[in-house]
Design a protein around this ligand. Structure first.
Ligand SMILES: N[C@@H](CCC(=O)N[C@@H](CS)C(=O)NCC(=O)O)C(=O)O
Length: 338
């Protein structure tokens, strides 16, 4: 799987390197077509999945909506392109999507060798293991999985993390590799493997849809850092800046108590930060090539980061943890708005 990912990365780098015509044009292209094209997950509860009405919903979808509201004035001006883990990098490299907003881990290979950039972290995660506690009641920690068969999906960071952890901890896991999430999950649920490993969020999403979720136990160890965020092509500093500051604006809104409901009212705030965030003072919008109300529209569309979290991730039963604000014990640290 790593080899395949590397080939996709090399191709992406090549295309970006020999295609300087892309430089600085993503925002123009978005404006011309009147829509932001977001590459999203095909179905991951809480992140990106069609709701009962068939409309995409989730934290990664909300980011696309916020970005479209900031750039185009409406959260509805998004075209969603569902992508598997395998397809995602090629879709970005070919220009089929403007960005990926799809539980993609920011790491050095993707950043340095795949011609891509990550504007900021949108969700801090880590790799976890889940077992069927009804069938294996004695398994309480990872060491209890020595010599166990572990279902794992190709084309992700997951397989290598598991191998690294096993080597470092003198454990022996037998990876059983599948292509695609559905095949991997089905294999685990049907008892093909003793455990299933993926991002903790992916496990929570799977369990949320299972009627017998009480049968399963998520083991306490997280074996990797999975800082996930939007992934963009390189060579477009203007789009990068808008993508980055939309994240920080939504996070700053939480820090400053600006919500979906009160954002218009907060324009009257005495706080200099809130004034700059809402475009009452300063020139952030203009400096980003947008107008003064860009962040107000984003917040009005999807709420602040905390509201986005409560709506999408809380129902999965995940705690804020690292995704709490920096002044509440987490790692979410919006850079200063000047
Ligand atoms: N964060 C990891 C893993 C992300 C990932 O791809 N997870 C799986 C399981 S939740 C997935 O999205 N599978 C969907 C698919 O292959 O369509 C990465 O960026 O490599």
């Amino acid at each position: 799987m790593l080899k395949r990912e590397w080939i996709a990365g090399a191709a992406l780098w090549l295309i970006v390197a020999v295609e300087p015509a892309w430089a600085g044009t993503t925002l123009d292209a978005i404006r011309q077509r009147g829509a932001l094209v977001c590459g999203v997950h095909t179905g991951l509860a809480g992140f990106s999945a069609p709701d009962k009405a068939g409309k995409y919903a989730g934290i990664d979808v909300d980011y696309c909506k916020a970005l479209a509201a900031a750039i185009l004035g409406s959260a509805d001006k998004v075209r969603y392109v569902p992508l598997t883990a395998q397809q995602r990098f090629t879709a970005l490299q070919s220009g089929e999507v403007d960005l990926l907003s799809r539980n993609t881990t920011w790491n050095s290979k993707r950043d340095a060798a795949m011609g891509a950039v990550f504007p900021a972290v949108w969700f801090f995660d880590g790799q976890a293991f889940v077992i069927n506690g009804r069938k294996n009641p004695k398994v309480a920690k990872l060491a209890d999985l020595n010599k166990a068969a572990v279902c794992v999906e190709s084309g992700t960071t997951t397989e290598r993390n598991m191998a690294d952890y096993a080597r470092a901890n003198k454990l022996n896991f037998k990876p059983v590799v599948f292509e695609g999430q559905e095949a991997t999950e089905k294999a685990f649920q049907s008892g093909r493997c003793d455990a299933y490993t993926t991002d903790a969020s992916g496990i929570a999403a799977m369990l949320s849809a299972l009627p017998n979720r009480g049968d399963f136990t998520v083991l306490p160890e997280l074996i990797s850092k999975e800082p996930m965020g939007p992934m963009l092509r390189r060579n477009d500093a203007d789009f990068f800046a808008v993508a980055r500051w939309t994240i920080y604006a939504l996070q700053q809104a939480e820090e400053s108590g600006v919500t979906q409901a009160n954002v218009a009212e907060m324009k009257k705030s005495n706080s200099p930060v809130v004034q700059r965030l809402t475009g009452v003072s300063g020139e952030i919008g203009k400096e980003l090539g947008l107008d003064a109300d860009w962040a107000v529209r984003a917040i009005r569309a999807v709420g602040n980061y905390g509201e986005i979290w409560e709506r999408n991730i809380k129902p999965l039963g995940l705690a804020r943890g690292n995704n709490a604000l920096w002044n509440k014990g987490g790692l979410i640290y919006p850079m200063p708005l000047e």
